[in-house]
Write a protein that binds this ligand. Structure first.
Ligand code: ADP
Ligand code: MG
Length: 168
């Protein structure tokens, strides 16, 4: 199920971690340098699971692991100057701290795809154009996912994602 609210938003319920990963892979396949994917949701709601799918779909040469103990982990794929930056802001206090850790160098960089967990912790640093994904815990295996696209490029990505994932 994928209720279409308007062209900027989408929501659905994932019924397994595999489903969340598969959806992530569909999204990852569409990404290019400069794209910013923000993820918000409590611990265990599926952000890393989705990020792992994104890495797989994009074609990262290594599996993504949770970057919780470092702020950023960089991934590459064959013969592409663009890097996938997996960012986890769980441990930062505020946006200033994230700046000090170099987040501003990758956000909005045309050679970086940024996938950010706990993005709400550095809201001030997030570029105005992004795709925001909010995860809500429903039950052990169910997570409600809300997508909200800001800006033309990310709205295009969401539209294509909806087509690829749901045929709608
Ligand atoms: N539908 C689902 N989508 C994503 N994860 C799920 C789902 N159902 C169960 N899970 C489980 O929830 C946990 C999500 O963990 P993780 O992705 O690390 O969350 P976060 O990064 O948000 O803290 C995993 O243990 C995963 O197997
Ligand atoms: Mg995580």
């Amino acid at each position: 199920m994928a209720p279409i609210l308007d062209e900027h938003s989408l929501e659905f319920i994932s019924r397994s971690s595999e489903q969340t990963q598969r959806l992530g892979a569909r999204l990852g396949a569409l990404l290019r340098g400069g794209d910013v994917i923000c993820m918000e949701g409590q611990l265990g709601s599926g952000k890393t699971c989705m990020a792992q799918g994104i890495g797989r779909g994009w074609g990262a040469s290594q599996n993504l692991i949770s970057p919780t103990f470092v702020l950023i982990r960089e991934y590459e794929r064959h013969e592409d100057p663009v890097k996938l930056q997996h960012i986890d802001l769980y441990r930062i206090g505020d946006a200033d701290e994230a700046l000090g850790l170099g987040l501003d160098e990758v956000l909005g960089n045309e050679y970086a795809i940024c996938v950010i967990e706990w993005a709400e912790r550095a809201q001030l640093l997030i570029p105005p154009e992004h795709l925001w994904i909010r995860f809500e815990f429903i039950s052990r295996n169910r997570r409600e996912l809300h997508f909200l696209a800001q800006g033309e490029r990310h709205t295009h990505v969401l539209r294509q994602f909806r087509r690829d994932a749901f045929g709608a």
